[in-house]
Ligand binder design. Sequence first.
Ligand code: NAD
Ligand code: DAU
Length: 349
Amino acid sequence: MKILITGGAGFIGSHVVRRFVTHYGNYQIFNLDKLTYAGNLQNLTDIDKSPNYQFIKGDITDAPFIQSLFNTHAFDAVIHLAAESHVDRSITSPLDFIKTNVEGTLQLLQAANACWQNKTHKHLFYHVSTDEVYGSLGKTGFFTEETPYNPQSPYAASKAASDHLVRAYQNTYQLPTVISNCSNNYGPNHFPEKLIPLAINNIKNNLPIPIYGKGENVRDWLYVEDHAAAIDLIFHKGTVGETYNIGGHNEWHNIDVIKLLCQIMDEALNRTAGTSAQLITYVKDRAGHDLRYAIDSGKLQHTLGWQPSLNFEKGLRQTVSWYLNNETWLNNVTSGAYKNYYQMQYGNR
Ligand code: NAD
Ligand code: DAU
């Protein structure tokens, strides 16, 4: 089985690549990644010499390149994670999101469809998507697989468009596809533009922790390895043409996440209790900030038996330890372009 994983040098992709390379020695895993600011081969140094692993640097929007890649390798399946993934960047540079998330997905669908004219049971295009396609919830309710799409940010709209294209290829060309929509991930290798790793880095360096608005927005957090396990399960046992929601049943107001993180960081850094919380700084809200996400993952739990394995506090402690033990990784990704991004994003808030 030859599997193309796109975006495998990113946060979630690197955990998916590691899981497939280490659990399935009989599969050939090809990791295609453009290595944007978010892609980092340092995420995979523990497995990059494995005989069943190959890295390919390339852009999913480059049609001739993608077609020739499929012609050369005749992949049996695709697990598609490559994307522009940060909501704040989508507010300042929406076109980048349309290019990669919509056009890039279309090029992959096109190449897979051309390659898989004689379809076998092995062929599958697995599209990894987000709960943000469903929009924002009020104080109650959950997103199910039947919730109508109502994306609110350019990022969410671009992911919604890519989901629609995947379903259109399934319907029009009978391309075997599956989609999963997951809630907020956290864990090792998370790029420090996102709330949790940004706060860890700032607390470590005694810098303000920026909280948008009043910190009342709610996210449903899932440890990244639990997402990778769900992807593995759906890839092998999911039904073609179906959609699966993945989530942690773990809703937290942003401010409460940060207070817990401050407590864990105080302990880890041997600081007096309450020291890190003094860094909390309320700043101008994100434009169009979605109030609440909460996933009903009942379908995945009941039909395929998936369960999240870690409770949040344990997962956060593991995450903090990883960042404190991987200082070189953190210093590398927060130098250079990151400093410009940080200034642009937070300088005037
Ligand atoms: P990430 O930003 O950490 O990684 C994205 C990866 O894609 C990077 O390695 C980057 O180099 C690569 N990439 C970007 N543009 C590319 C292109 N044109 N060609 C090839 N590679 C390209 O993202 P992530 O947080 O790991 O998210 C991975 C996927 O999971 C995305 O599709 C995202 O929408 C989805 N998702 C993320 C979350 C989350 O909480 N992070 C939750 C649900 C779904
Ligand atoms: O729900 C899944 C989505 O989760 C994924 O599809 C996205 O790729 C991923 O980035 C994430 O989106 P969010 O916008 O929810 O994640 P982020 O870490 O950027 O923000 C989490 C919450 O914290 C959100 O309410 C905004 C807030 N926030 C974020 C940052 C970066 C702050 O208060 N301050 C900050 O500095």
